[in-house]
Ligand binder design. Structure first.
Ligand SMILES: CC(C)(COP(=O)(O)OP(=O)(O)OC[C@H]1O[C@@H](n2cnc3c(N)ncnc32)[C@H](O)[C@@H]1OP(=O)(O)O)[C@@H](O)C(=O)NCCC(=O)NCCS
Length: 153
């Protein structure tokens, strides 16, 4: 019998500390865990989502109430630390995390904008969900090339 993975994935809120193991493996391989703590992780209006398969954490995403001067000053959230374990990629889990985060932001703010610094390698993923590019590519030192993307939810 074939198991459809994403129907068996549960998404719920987790602590910032729980995100670190996946952030480290996927986004900062070989780097110390301290580099996996982001400013704003502990802010009261930040929330972190975890995707679980058979009680194992396989993906994370964090949403922070940060404003970017590129957008209108109010009602913005920033997505950070979106990461799916290698062996669980391309099975719809990133999409589930993104959509769950979007829904929660819409329950908090009116006409919110969700923006983030996207890895250029992930632009195609976000474009599938109608995120648009803003501006030019830039390098985050010791990480990789990024570009700002956004969507009015
Ligand atoms: C980018 C990432 C979060 C996507 O998560 P995922 O669970 O693999 O993506 P999904 O399976 O939900 O993909 C949804 C759709 O986007 C596509 N997609 C996924 N990753 C893609 C990519 N890097 N480029 C283009 N399309 C992509 C999938 O093929 C799928 O398309 P389909 O609906 O036509 O089949 C994940 O691959 C990842 O963790 N990458 C490494 C870390 C990273 O780049 N994080 C983002 C930092 S900004």
């Amino acid at each position: 019998m074939t198991i459809s993975l994403n129907k068996n994935v549960e998404i719920h809120e987790i602590s910032s500390e729980e995100t670190y193991v996946i952030r480290q493996k996927v986004l900062r391989p070989g780097k110390p865990v301290i580099q996996c703590c982001f400013e704003g992780d502990q802010a009261l209006d930040t929330f972190h989502l975890g995707a679980f398969f058979q009680d194992k954490l396989i993906g994370v995403a964090s949403f922070m109430k940060n404003s970017n001067p590129l957008f209108s000053p109010h009602n913005q959230y920033q997505l950070r630390g979106m990461a799916i374990l290698e062996s669980f990629k391309k099975q719809g889990i990133g999409a589930q995390l993104l959509k769950t985060g979007e829904s929660k932001i819409c329950s908090i703010l009116e006409e919110p904008t969700l923006w983030f610094n996207a890895r250029t390698t992930a632009v195609g993923f976000y474009a599938k969900y109608d995120y648009q590019i803003k501006g030019e590519e830039f390098e985050i030192p010791e990480v990789c090339k990024h570009i700002v993307m956004f969507k009015k939810l």
